[in-house]
Design a protein around this ligand. Structure first.
Ligand code: PMV
Length: 318
C-alpha cells in the first residue's frame, strides 16, 4: 500500500480578526508558501486497528489512545474515523510535519487538522469534499480555543480567499487585479485562546462600546472586499491602518508588532496591521511591487524573525 499524503496551506487574515468572533465579516487568504503535511502508511508492527501518531516537531510519537480524548491531533483522527465509519480499519502510522509557524496567526492548527483529515479520508478510500473537511476541522479548532469563528478552517479547507461571516454561507473573493503582501513574524507566540478570551472580558465590561468597535471593523472589511477585488492599493492601505487602530483599542497589539508596523509604513508600505489573534504572531504589510525588497529589509532590520512575500492574484496565491 503506498504512502498517502494530505497537505494544507497556511493562511493570513487581512481584515476583521476578533470582530469576526462577534458576527462581523472578515477577509482571509490562503498562503501556499507554507504547508502542513500528513503522511499515512500502513504499519505491520501495530495490531489491527491500532494507530500510531507521530509529530516529531513537537516530540510526539505515541499510540493515538495515549493522547487525551480532546487532544486536537486525536480529535482530528477520531472525527474522521467516525465520519467514514468503517467496520475495520487497518493499522497505520500518521506522521505530521508543518512549516507553518505555531501560535503566530497563520492557521497552523487548522492546517494540521485539515492535512490529517485529507490524508486519512483518502487512506480509507473516502476522500471528503472541502465543506465536510472544513466542518470536521472546525470541531478540532474548538479544542484549541473554545470559541473559534470558523474562518481558519474555511479559508484553508477551500484554499481560496474568503469573505467570511460566522454562521453564513462562505463567499469567495473575486480578485481582478493582483496585490502584493509581506507577512512578518514578530517571533512572539501568544495562543489565540488568550487574546480571544481577553477581548471577551473587555466586551463583557462595556458591551456597547466594544460592539461599536466591532461594527467599525465590519464596515472596514466590507469596503476592503471591493478595494481588494480592484487591487486598489491606496484605499486598502488606509483601511488596514484604520483596522490596526481599532485592534489597538481592543488591546491585542503590542510594542513589537507596532514597531514592525511602523517600520513597514516608514519604508513605503501602503498600509500595515497585525494579523490574527495578536499580542505577537504576525503582521502584514501591503506593498507596491517595486517596493517589496525595501519594505522586507526594513521589517528584518526592525526585528522580524521571518518574512514571507505573497501575491493575491485572481483568487489564487502562488
Ligand atoms: O490567530 P489566528 O490566526 O488563528 O486568528 C484568530 C482570529 C480571531 O478572529 C482572533 C479568532 C477567530 O476564531 O476568528
Amino acid at each position: 500500500m503506498p504512502i498517502i499524503f494530505g497537505k494544507a496551506p497556511g493562511k493570513i487574515i487581512l481584515f476583521g480578526e476578533h470582530a469576526v468572533v462577534y458576527g462581523q465579516p472578515a477577509i482571509a487568504i490562503p498562503v501556499n508558501r507554507v504547508n502542513a503535511t500528513a503522511k499515512i502508511f500502513p504499519d505491520l508492527n501495530i495490531a489491527s486497528g491500532g494507530i500510531q501518531i507521530r509529530a516529531l516537531d513537537i516530540n510526539l510519537d505515541c499510540h493515538l489512545t495515549d493522547l487525551e480524548k480532546d487532544h486536537p491531533l486525536r480529535k482530528a483522527v477520531d472525527l474522521t474515523l467516525k465520519r467514514i465509519l468503517l467496520k475495520q480499519t487497518p493499522a497505520f502510522t500518521i506522521q505530521i510535519e508543518s512549516e507553518i509557524p505555531v501560535a503566530a496567526g497563520m492557521g497552523s492548527s487548522a492546517a494540521v487538522a485539515i492535512a490529517m483529515i485529507r490524508a486519512l479520508s483518502a487512506f480509507l478510500g473516502a476522500p471528503l469534499p472541502a465543506d465536510e473537511i472544513s466542518s470536521l476541522a472546525y470541531e478540532v479548532e474548538k479544542c484549541h480555543h473554545g470559541n473559534p469563528s470558523g474562518i481558519d478552517n474555511s479559508v484553508i479547507a477551500y484554499q481560496r480567499p474568503v469573505f467570511f461571516i460566522r454562521g453564513k454561507p462562505i463567499r469567495f473573493l473575486d480578485i481582478k487585479k493582483p496585490t502584493h503582501w509581506i507577512i512578518a513574524d514578530s517571533g512572539e507566540k501568544t495562543p489565540t485562546r488568550e487574546t480571544v478570551s481577553a477581548v471577551s472580558v473587555l466586551h463583557a465590561s462595556n458591551t456597547q462600546y466594544y460592539d461599536s468597535i466591532f461594527e467599525q471593523m465590519g464596515a472596514i472589511t466590507q469596503e476592503a472586499q471591493w478595494a481588494l477585488s480592484k487591487g486598489d492599493v491606496i484605499s486598502l492601505g488606509g483601511l488596514m491602518n484604520e483596522n490596526q487602530r481599532l485592534l489597538e483599542l481592543l488591546d491585542v497589539s503590542n510594542p513589537h508588532l507596532e514597531s514592525l508596523i511602523q517600520a513597514a509604513r516608514s519604508a513605503g508600505a501602503a498600509g500595515a496591521k497585525l494579523s490574527g489573534g495578536g499580542r505577537g504572531g504576525n503582521m502584514i504589510a501591503l506593498v507596491q511591487p517595486d517596493n517589496i525588497n525595501v519594505v522586507e529589509k526594513a521589517l528584518q532590520n526592525a526585528g522580524a524573525q521571518q518574512t514571507i512575500t505573497t501575491i493575491l492574484a485572481e483568487g489564487r496565491l502562488p
